[in-house]
Design a protein around this ligand. Structure first.
Ligand code: BGC
Length: 359
């Protein structure tokens, strides 16, 4: 059994466009609110570039849409308590919608219950909030698809380098308190497990349990020290062909570790299209990343807020995949794009920050 520990959150690939019933889910006010109302945005700590980008985009975008905004990040260490307090403060200040990128998926039920009580709409942003009925909408890139794309990129990259297997890999997953970590891992395993079962792909260390693959807090230093340990325990004579990394921050930490040990760089996956990783891909080091354009995700979220402001029900395109343990949360999912050196120029053509890096 490879997929252990993480809650399976299987996302069906088909996205039928459908509309929520008038008024949205139970408890969602259908009345709308003032065009200059306060909108709260509670983001996790800045564990990757996407969160840094999101904060600025929300502040500017909500202002441009005529709203007042309160955009907060959880601190670096007391993340859960920080975020809980920030959400309560937003409710107290009368926020009409609170957009939440959860620092810990399962630790917000009391705070979102308070929000609901006050008639505030709760939107889970990028990361699902679990174990509560009090989350109205989920907006994200299709995270199971992200995992599948990472698994496929790992296989493709290894085949391109060494046409015949078996290939030896290691698996890394994200922080266990982030619901996305399990979704990414399950998506990747959906692609990798058949190859592992056939013996085409071998996990060199045998570490496939989530307790072993997890990276607490999505911290680079935790991934780097685990990779250091793996290289010492397993790869003194064996070749490491590939590493499943759930995001770019961890991918670069893994590459740093391998370089430090004087080993050839394996095929390493990633996610987020961080500047340093795009440079690394173009330089032929990191193999892949995922483009989940934060500009688009924030723009769609603000569109959702504007629709709620008018009193109408926002558009969703998935009403069956994101079961948070208490209910299936109506979701608006965007499509992630895999990026390697081959398609980087096309993938970032409309991104003024990343496009120049691909020239
Ligand atoms: C996001 C990723 C990000 C990770 C660490 C996840 O929930 O979906 O894009 O790399 O958090 O910040």
């Amino acid at each position: 059994m490879l997929i252990v520990g993480f809650t399976a959150a299987l996302v069906a690939s088909g996205c039928n466009s459908e509309r929520e019933g008038e008024g949205g889910t139970a408890g969602t006010p259908a009345k709308g609110f003032a065009a200059d109302a306060l909108i709260g945005v509670a983001l996790p700590s800045k564990t990757s570039e996407n969160w840094v980008l999101a904060g600025d985009l929300f502040t500017n975008g909500l202002k441009a849409a005529g709203f007042q905004s309160d955009v907060q990040y959880a601190g670096a260490s007391t993340t859960v308590a920080d975020q809980q307090a920030q959400i309560v403060a937003m409710v107290t200040k009368g926020a009409k919608v609170i957009v939440i990128g959860a620092t810990d998926a399962a630790q917000l039920s009391t705070q979102v219950a308070q929000a609901k009580q006050a008639g505030t709409v709760v939107i889970a942003y990028d990361r699902l909030i679990t174990n509560t009925k009090d989350v109205d909408y989920y907006i994200a890139f299709d995270n199971f698809k992200v995992g599948q794309l990472q698994g496929q990129a790992l296989l493709d990259g290894m085949k391109a380098k060494k046409p015949t297997g078996p290939w030896t890999i290691e698996l890394f997953s994200g922080s266990p308190d982030d619901n996305n970590s399990g979704v990414f891992f399950n998506g990747a395993m959906d692609v990798l497990k058949p190859a592992i079962d056939k013996g085409d792909v071998v996990v060199g260390s045998g570490q496939t349990d989530v307790k072993q693959t997890a990276t607490q807090g999505w911290k680079a230093e935790n991934a780097q020290s685990r990779m250091d340990a793996l290289l010492t325990s397993t790869y003194s004579s064996k070749t490491l062909d590939g590493v499943l990394s759930p995001n770019d921050t961890l991918a670069r930490a893994i590459i740093t570790s391998v370089k430090g040990a004087g080993k050839p760089i394996p095929v390493v996956t990633g996610q987020d299209s961080e500047v340093e990783s795009v440079k690394s891909i173009v330089a032929g080091e990191q193999y892949s990343t995922i483009n989940k354009d934060t500009r688009k995700l924030v723009a769609e979220t603000i569109k959702m807020v504007k629709t709620l402001q008018t009193g109408a029900a926002p558009e969703v395109n998935d009403t069956k995949s994101y079961d948070n343990g208490v209910k299936v949360v109506p979701a608006y999912l965007l499509a992630p794009v895999i990026v390697t050196k081959d398609n980087a120029a096309t993938a970032y053509a409309d991104d003024p920050k990343l496009a120049p890096l691909t020239k």
